[in-house]
Design a binder for this molecule. Structure first.
Ligand SMILES: [Fe+2]
Length: 343
């Protein structure tokens, strides 16, 4: 058999308390409180389906107690008791969430009707609450699954991008070893600068992917032995934007995207694609610009022979504040560059 519903009767007068007990005790589990404080104490320790409250009590006003009960357990149904039908008091009780009111002396039938109404409403709100809980749980699970699927899609995308890098590397051995050395040199600069492990990781990913946009540049332009004409240079200049577009769908690469996009900006604002200046250029992009240029200078390229370490150092000094961040040049000059030419 289902557990009987629990009802708390709160009235400072013994007569009405006992009258209600007598009417209700055969059907429900009845507790009684003689004053507001006792009622609050009971309510904090037990769960009641219905509370029947006297509006007038010496210690706590019934209307205040009603508000308190509704605050503690909003689903609790409350019926007010009044000695005479005062429209004002009844109205304010109903406004505060009371279900109904009973007038002393009690009419057995009216009491049973109001109590049954209250209890069925309580059962209804319990059902709604548990349905809501179920929905919330299902919602949470669904969210988690969507999040997981999203991360998986992103991971697959990143794998595709990585295999693209590998495909470009396989075609062009210069690119592969260049990329590896740019990664290494960027790491050294980052470590000297005291970047956090997380920042170094972003920098590493950016260094790996920085030239991925070159996939959109025709090979004959990339490998052209002579200097480029201006139209060809315009095409080359698009590679940071193309690269950023390729990796931008990967949410956890958002910082990497900014570095890739700006790795050809110059400290004095004359670089591309946006002509950003000084600290407007993300730090990672400024680091990458130095690492990229140092390695390019140390390598034989289609249109230029490799420079010596001394020449590279001189070039870094010469371009400090124009092409490169002066603070980074200072740090780069402290790092031992490979003393042999890299081809
Ligand atoms: Fe580049």
């Amino acid at each position: 058999m289902a557990k009987p519903s629990r009802i708390l009767v709160v009235d400072d007068e013994l007569g009405p308390r006992e009258a209600l007990r007598l009417i209700l005790q055969d059907h429900y589990e009845i507790s009684t409180a003689q004053n507001g404080h006792q009622a609050l104490d009971y309510l904090s320790k037990n769960e009641f389906d219905l509370v029947i409250l006297d509006i007038r009590m010496p210690d706590v006003n019934g209307i205040d107690l009603l508000a308190e009960v509704k605050k503690k357990v909003p689903e609790t149904e409350v019926v007010m008791i009044t000695a005479y039908a005062s429209v004002d008091t009844a109205a304010s009780a109903l406004r505060l969430g009371a279900l109904d009111y009973l007038i002393k002396p009690f009419d057995r039938k009216a009491v049973m009707e109001v109590v049954e109404k209250g209890l069925s409403r309580r059962a209804e709100s319990r059902k709604i609450r548990s349905r809501l809980d179920e929905l919330q749980l299902a919602n949470k699970t669904l969210r988690r699954e969507i999040e997981k699927a999203f991360v998986n899609i992103q991971r697959h995308y990143l794998e595709t991008v990585r295999s693209l890098v590998a495909a470009i590397d396989a075609k062009d051995s210069y690119t592969k070893s260049h990329q590896e050395r740019v990664v290494m040199f960027a790491m050294l600069l980052g470590a000297e600068l005291g970047l956090s492990a997380g920042e170094i990781d972003v920098l590493r990913q950016a260094a790996v992917l920085h030239d991925i946009g070159k996939i959109g540049v025709p090979e004959q332009i990339l490998r052209k032995p002579e200097h480029l004409i201006s139209e060809e240079f315009d095409i080359i200049r698009q590679h940071p934007v193309i690269g950023a577009e390729i990796i931008s769908p990967v949410r956890f690469l958002s910082e990497v995207v900014q570095i890739v996009l700006h790795h050809h900006e110059r400290f004095d604002g004359t670089g591309y694609p946006d002509g950003l200046k000084g600290a407007e250029i993300p730090l990672g992009a400024r680091i990458l610009a130095v690492a990229d240029a140092v390695d390019a200078m140390l390598s034989d390229r289609p249109y230029a022979r490799a420079r010596t370490v001394a020449e590279v150092r001189e070039e870094l000094r010469r371009c400090s504040g124009t092409q490169f961040d002066p603070q980074l040049v200072k740090i780069a000059l402290k790092i031992d560059l490979p003393s042999r030419r890299i081809t």
